[in-house]
Design a protein around this ligand. Structure first.
Ligand code: CAP
Ligand code: MG
Length: 432
């Protein structure tokens, strides 16, 4: 179509990525009437300075602001785009996503598009705090030098009063669980007021710490309008807890950046639940790869992030889970299939969280997959134990402690009746 030829100016196989560029890796499928080159030109153009037609006048700086598609594999359906760092407001993640994850996903010329990874240049990386405590800081706070920290959600998801919620928490804490986590849709409903839940959890935590001699904490969900979320985080800190839990996707990056600043001042770590991510991460040829989302969340500064289990109840392919954990924990990753590689400078590593349909019979698989630097959460896998939440928690702890010693599940169940009952109940089945 006449007047749209300038898309060609955004594709150049001889262009080289520069150290300061933001790099993006996409998978793409042109629509049936669009050539590969035109699709590539539109992706680079519409995510940087262009629109659908050649323009009558142009500011002098535009040539220096243009993105460039510099590499593509037509067979694999992937392409790499370099973006001059001047295109971006380094400390503004919403603005960056409005570029690389914005209009280009709605273009008719590109039938499918998936943002697989971003290589974040130093100028943007250094504009963000990263995790407040990180893996080492959390291990120090909880007094858990080696094994995976454990968490549980008082199930059912909703319905307990604050007092009952905290009682379920106490039962799990004295059974050996470290963290009592709110469910993702528990905030401050009529039947479970946030402030009351914090108070009851603080009281039950004192009991549980006195009885066990272990440090206990909670992942209390502050998700709300941002000012309210910060007030809730303040209340959590005032009661001596170490974390604020945030549903980071529904909160959005603008809210999360503001909350991260406040939680840093309150000396709180952030536990990030990713509810709603599957709306755009699950379908493998469109949207955004979970490991790209994980990278941005580590950059902004969550300390723990749900990253899937491969074998649990929620879709999480192994290559994605491995990429998720690498993005969160490594100080440096080299480029490899569908990953651009990343230097993290002084940004701390964050804990991946394995959760979703887990029970003691498949926890050794989780430790095999993740190694010990993972938080393991069991909700139904503890509160569904036939002998109750304390037994369920002890079953989890016994399986983790045994696995860390190198014991087999059989050996563990010889010494732990709670673990034996859990295996009797769920075996080593992978839930659907
Ligand atoms: C797990 C969970 C978590 C999911 C989130 C739930 O409960 O509390 O929200 O793990 O998924 O509500 O399902 P169960 P992901 O332990 O009882 O399954 O971790 O993949 O983000
Ligand atoms: Mg949940």
């Amino acid at each position: 179509m006449a007047g749209t030829e300038w898309y060609d100016e955004f594709v150049d196989r001889d262009a080289e990525p520069r150290d300061g560029d933001l790099l993006a890796l996409f998978s793409f499928t042109p629509d049936e009437d669009t050539s590969t080159l035109e699709a590539l030109g539109r992706i680079a153009s519409e995510s940087s300075v262009g629109t659908w037609t050649t323009l009558a006048q142009m500011p002098d700086r535009v040539p220096d602001l243009k993105a460039m598609c510099y590499d593509w594999d037509e067979e694999a359906g992937t392409c790499k785009v370099r973006y001059p760092v001047e295109l971006w407001e380094a400390a503004n993640v919403p603005q960056i996503l409005s570029g690389v994850a914005g209009n280009i996903f709605g273009m008719k010329a590109v039938a499918r598009l998936r943002l697989l990874d971003l290589r974040i240049p130093q100028e943007i990386r250094e504009a963000h705090p990263g995790p407040h405590l990180g893996i080492e800081g959390i291990r120090d706070e909880l007094g858990i030098p080696e094994r995976p920290p454990t968490a549980t959600v008082p199930k059912p998801k909703l319905g307990w009063t604050p007092e009952q919620h905290a009682e379920r928490g106490y039962e799990a804490w004295v059974g050996g669980v470290d963290l009592i986590k709110d469910d993702e849709n528990l905030t401050s409903q009529s039947f479970n007021n946030f402030a009351k839940r914090v108070e009851h959890l603080a009281r039950q935590r004192e009991r549980a710490e006195a009885e066990t001699g272990e440090t206990k904490s909670a992942l209390i969900n502050v998700t709300a309008e941002t000012n309210e979320a910060i007030e809730r985080a303040r209340l959590v800190a005032e009661h001596g807890f170490e974390y604020a839990m945030v549903d980071v996707v529904t909160t959005g990056f603008a809210g999360l950046q503001t909350i991260r600043e406040a939680t840093g001042d309150l000396d709180l770590a952030i536990h990030a639940h990713r509810a709603m991510h599957a709306m755009f991460t699950k379908i493998e040829d469109h949207g955004m790869a979970m490991y790209c989302l994980a990278k941005l969340l580590r950059l902004v500064g969550v300390d723990q992030l749900h990253t899937g289990t491969v074998i649990g109840k929620l879709v999480s392919p192994e290559n994605e889970v491995v990429a998720n954990m690498d993005q969160l924990r490594e100080a440096h990753t080299d480029p490899r299939d569908n990953l651009l590689g990343q230097d993290w400078g002084s940004i701390k590593p964050a804990f991946p969280v394995a959760s979703g349909g887990l029970h003691p019979g498949i926890v050794p698989d989780m430790i095999d997959l993740y190694g010990p630097d993972v938080v393991i959460q069991l909700g139904g896998g503890i509160h569904g134990h036939p002998d109750g939440s304390t037994a369920g928690a002890k079953a989890l702890r016994d399986v983790i402690d045994g696995t860390m010693r190198g014991d087999s599940l059989d050996a563990i169940t010889q010494d732990s009746k709670e673990a034996a009952k859990a295996i009797e109940t769920w075996g080593t089945e992978q839930p659907k």
